[in-house]
Design a protein. Structure first.
Length: 549
């Protein structure tokens, strides 16, 4: 029988542990809310899916330009959800933000509940994984943005949690996790990587005679039917097995770019020193969950190494952050549990493990705020750059929409731009992406040289003229609000940019661009390039007077 003094000490310790858990859980929720508010933004790329969804609701199909079937989105399910919201008059910018933030918070809750279920209510670390994610700039920022990142990450984590539950209960018909991972693959094609990792772990169970081959075959059926059916539909509808975005953005293995990408990430967050904890957790646990989390993360990170990462912050790393952060915190937990095996080790191991976890959380936090300013490094945008650019594009799109509704600008203008998103969404204009995002011909052309990732294809001026494009945006801005004193300076800068980036490399002199400045309203200038014939230009925009320089 335990002594009364021991019982009292144990009771006090239990109260302190529960208080600590409650404080860290509340801190995680508060930090998430604060950082979501701080980093909230809508990226211009989110409006690509919005435009596809709008055309679907309007009965034009899943197309970018009416009559042209090109899969310029990479988030099929997300686009359908946005279309569903539009059909009941919910604006996509609102729906995407609510769903993204809810998904991010659901990830924190799911990790907290899973930790409670596995390690119990007296575990000091049950809320530390949610806390480390809540203070992370990349995780919280991309729980907003209008993109599918957080929703995709939630489906992956939920699918894995369901798989662990099916394995724990030894279900003979484990179809639910496969269904959830199918939805994840519908949301982003990279879901197939996580499904492959799960399948490898399931197969290992079968080979070790822990589960039956029949269960593995049943588990595969929903995924094969659903994802296989989507592949067949994609090929019949768009003519290709993969999204056009893959052909436009992925241009072979680019190890030098991926080295820059990961070097930039570790220079920001400085968490590479905690990698031994991650490996310690896998080596000591040697359980299904640890191997699943490690294998899926390794395969996915290998994929990122091959394609060179991404240009939009560290968005592509968000899906594996819950898995890797879990393993890191669990490595500290392993040290804590080791100390409980002997009285002499209990206090040192407790201090070391708690110190490691707290240091990890603080490192992620200070890494998030240390580079909290707009800048592009090695072609990789910070969140602030994406926010600033997205805000400007939304303002441009809405202002141009007003000019269209007032009858000043034509509703059927044909434009080309290097940044498709808010401007084409609000104007509804026929839009050509110069990088081939919504053009199958451009996307399949070989690139001449590596540049900014996902922006390496470039339309020739001859091709632009063939497509009957009237407006060619220079510098991704179309509508200016310049004064009489600053307008000449802007025109000189754009002339220089036009000559250096476009006309100098152009071999077809008949397709050369010339700069045009028109006045659509008081204090406004429409500045763009064109290679239209004068007679055709008069028909389209001849009613607007030229700027006075």
């Amino acid at each position: 029988m335990p002594e009364p003094e021991q019982l009292k000490r144990s009771s006090v310790m239990g109260v302190l542990i529960r208080a600590f858990i409650a404080i860290t859980a509340f801190a995680a929720a508060a930090a998430f809310a604060y950082n979501v508010h701080k980093y909230y933004f809508l990226t211009d790329d989110a409006f690509i899916s919005f435009r596809y969804a709008r055309h679907l609701v309007d009965g034009l199909g899943l197309v970018w330009n009416p009559g042209e079937r090109v899969e310029g989105y990479t988030n099929f399910l997300w686009t359908l959800i946005m279309a569903g919201g539009m059909s009941v008059h919910v604006e996509p910018d609102v729906l995407s933000s609510v769903l993204g933030i809810a998904s991010g918070f659901a990830i924190l809750v799911l990790l907290f509940l899973h930790s409670l279920k596995r390690f119990g209510k007296k575990d000091l670390f049950v809320a530390m994984v949610p806390l480390s994610l809540a203070v992370c700039r990349s995780f919280t920022a991309f729980s907003t943005s209008g993109l599918e990142t957080a929703f995709f990450s939630l489906l992956l984590l939920f699918g894995y949690m369901m798989m662990l539950r099916e394995r724990r209960q030894n279900r003979p018909y484990p179809w639910a996790s496969s269904l959830i991972l199918s939805l994840a693959t519908f949301t982003r094609p990279e879901g197939g990587i996580f499904m492959a990792a799960a399948g490898m772990c399931f197969l290992a169970d079968v080979l070790l005679k822990k589960r039956r081959l029949r269960s593995l075959m049943i588990w595969c059926v929903p995924y094969v039917l659903l994802v296989g059916g989507h592949f067949l539909w994609r090929y019949s509808y768009y003519g290709y097995w993969l999204p056009n975005t893959f052909y436009a953005k992925v241009n072979g293995i680019w190890l030098a770019k991926s080295a820059q990408y990961f070097t930039t990430f570790f220079s920001d967050y400085k968490i590479q020193g905690f990698l031994p904890l991650l490996l310690l957790a896998v080596a000591v646990r040697r359980d299904f969950q640890s191997f699943l989390f490690l294998l899926s993360s390794a395969l996915y990170l290998g994929y990122l190494v091959c394609i060179g990462g991404d240009f939009l912050g560290f968005r592509f790393l968000v899906p594996v952050m819950p898995l890797l952060f879990w393993l890191t915190v669990d490595g500290a937990r392993v040290i804590f549990e080791f100390g409980r095996s002997g009285k002499r080790l209990a206090i040192p191991s407790t201090i070391i493990s708690i110190g490691l976890v707290v240091t990890f959380v603080l490192t992620v936090h200070f890494g998030s705020v240390s580079f909290d300013r707009p800048k592009i490094r090695h072609g990789n945008e910070t969140v602030q750059i994406s926010k600033k650019y997205g805000t400007k594009r939304i303002e441009q799109g809405k202002s141009l929409r007003e000019l269209i509704e007032e009858g000043i600008l034509p509703p059927d203008l044909r434009i080309e731009t290097g940044g498709v998103g808010a401007l084409p969404y609000y104007t509804g204009w026929y839009t050509q992406d110069k990088h081939g995002l919504n053009d199958a011909f451009l996307a399949h052309q070989p690139i001449k040289r590596h540049s900014q990732i996902a922006h390496e294809h470039n339309a020739s001026l001859t091709y632009v003229k063939k497509k009957k494009i009237a407006v060619y945006m220079v510098g991704n801005i179309l509508l200016y609000n310049e004064t009489a004193s600053t307008l000449p300076w802007v025109m000189r800068r754009l002339e220089r940019l036009l000559r250096q980036r476009y006309n100098r490399r152009n071999k077809d002199k008949s397709a050369e661009l010339r700069l045009v400045c028109l006045v659509p309203g008081e204090g406004k200038q429409l500045i763009f390039a064109t290679n239209m014939e004068d007679s055709e230009f008069e028909k389209v925009l001849g009613h607007l007077r030229n700027c006075e320089l």
